[in-house]
Design a protein around this ligand. Structure first.
Ligand code: NDP
Ligand code: HSE
Length: 408
């Protein structure tokens, strides 16, 4: 009998509990050894839960799990960084396998935790940490057996994609749709990281670190989000037959990595524009296979729990690899300044007198500027990433509400 200690019984934890109990027969048929949930760590053991369960297995004492010699696998689903990291490391160090969905911990401590797992001869799997239900990490490891990875890009945050596609399809405000994404369990408990792009930065850091054999830190990745987007932006894009997506991309050329998270404008009839709601898409370019693409649900209870349970089954069936990242010291993040793109910039003004000044400032690098009431809409000339940053910084002198997107 394999015994599981579950840390967390929130959105994802509940999904995992439901699969392991409601689908007990199917799950047990696909493993070599029977499994059961021994204990579940929660914050509040008296909280009313929306599932039928034996509440005697709930605990708020982590030692009931980490010091329990009967528990073989710890499944970390509490979120956050420091405590989760501490629990994961302790579990691995005491010879327990660990499965987690926590991209914040994986992005920050991946290499170290892999080493601790290897030294203790246990598995450390985190499929659910990137792109929810899409088996992207397994696919990447599989591709890397034969291929060299040149680039990875895609929509890898369900909340922001849900917000943008709903704004486009339903003309609803950002605030209203964010609340819906939270109610649906797509957003993090604090949605800042979803809307400001940091969640995507963590995910592209994880994929890029694996693919390019480098310890890429999410904090080093240039990251912009969608916090300031307005319906006026969406209406402007609609006239141009464009859709906006928050997008992560990384590529490697001659050991130099470029990695960025930012809103991108794509033709409304393109494949990417059709990836709506909580769906994610990941594109990988590699030397032998060429282009490889996966689409699926990137957030929410069931898809994420599916990925977590899949990792649990791999551990029980010993189908996990002792994955080792041999870091390539020559690889570094530099960001290519020889790539030139057009950018959309919208600035809004409380003070009308600043509109002309902002227009003058932007006109040195753009030919297409339109003013409508309190909004200035601009399409820049082709500029590089540094000029774009300078331009946006300059705009902050005139406007407090700015949204930009890269044109594909
Ligand atoms: P929730 O906030 O819904 O659930 C968190 C759970 O952890 C709750 O059961 C809570 O207890 C428990 N918990 C939190 N802090 C502590 C603590 N200090 N001690 C003990 N228990 C604690 O989070 P989610 O399920 O949404 O997310 C879990 C993880 O999965 C996160 O790392 C998240 O980033 C990741 N993830 C989430 C996805 C999603 O779609 N939601 C998708 C992919 C990954 P209590 O119930 O008593 O409050
Ligand atoms: N909040 C995350 C998202 C959960 O919206 O993508 C999945 O990682």
């Amino acid at each position: 009998m394999i015994k599981i200690g579950l840390l967390g019984l929130g959105t994802v934890g509940t999904g995992v509990y439901e699969i392991l109990t409601n689908k007990y027969d199917i799950v047990n048929n696909s493993v070599k050894e029977e499994l059961s949930i021994e204990k579940i760590l929660v914050n509040n053991i008296n909280k009313k839960r929306n599932i039928n369960m034996d509440t005697s297995i709930l605990t708020n004492n982590i030692n009931d799990i980490l010091d329990n010699n009967d528990i073989d696998i710890v499944v970390e689903l509490i979120g956050g960084v420091d405590l989760a990291y501490k629990y994961i490391k302790r579990a691995l160090s005491s010879g327990k396998h660990v499965v987690t969905a926590n991209k914040a911990v994986v992005a920050k401590h991946m290499i170290e935790l892999h080493t601790v797992a290897k030294n203790n001869n246990v598995g450390f799997l985190y499929e659910a940490s990137v792109a929810g239900g899409i088996p992207i990490i397994k696919s990447l490891k599989e591709l890397m057996k034969i291929n060299k990875i040149h680039s990875i890009s895609g929509i890898i945050n369900g909340t922001s994609n849900y917000i943008l596609s709903s704004m486009e399809q339903e003309n609803v405000s950002f605030k209203e749709i964010l609340k819906r994404a939270q109610d649906l369990g797509y957003a993090e408990s604090d949605p800042t990281d979803d809307i400001d792009g940091y969640d995507m930065a963590r995910k592209i850091a994880i994929l890029s670190s694996l693919a390019y054999k480098v310890e890429l830190k999410d904090s080093d990745i240039k990251t912009s989000g969608i916090r300031n987007i307005k319906i006026n932006d969406i209406n402007f894009f609609r006239k141009m037959k464009l859709s906006v997506k928050l997008f992560a991309s990384s590529n490697i050329k001659n050991n130099a990595i470029t990695a960025v998270v930012e809103p991108v404008l794509v033709p409304t009839n393109s494949v990417i524009a059709q990836v709506n709601s909580n769906l994610n898409i990941v594109d990988i370019e590699c030397d032998i296979l060429g282009k490889y693409q996966l689409i699926g649900q990137g957030a929410g209870k069931d898809p994420t729990a599916n990925a977590v349970v899949s990792d649990i089954l791999d551990i029980i069936n010993k189908e996990y690899e002792d994955f080792e990242i041999t870091l390539n010291e020559e690889v570094a993040l530099t960001n290519d300044i020889n790539e030139f793109k057009n950018y959309y910039i919208r600035c809004s003004f409380d003070d009308q007198s600043k509109i002309e000044k902002c227009k003058d400032f932007l006109s040195s690098m753009s030919q297409d500027i339109e003013v409508k009431e309190n909004d200035l809409f601009c399409i820049t000339n082709k500029i590089n990433i540094d000029s774009k940053d300078d331009l946006l910084l300059g705009c902050t002198k005139f406007s407090k509400n700015i949204f930009y997107a890269r044109m594909q």
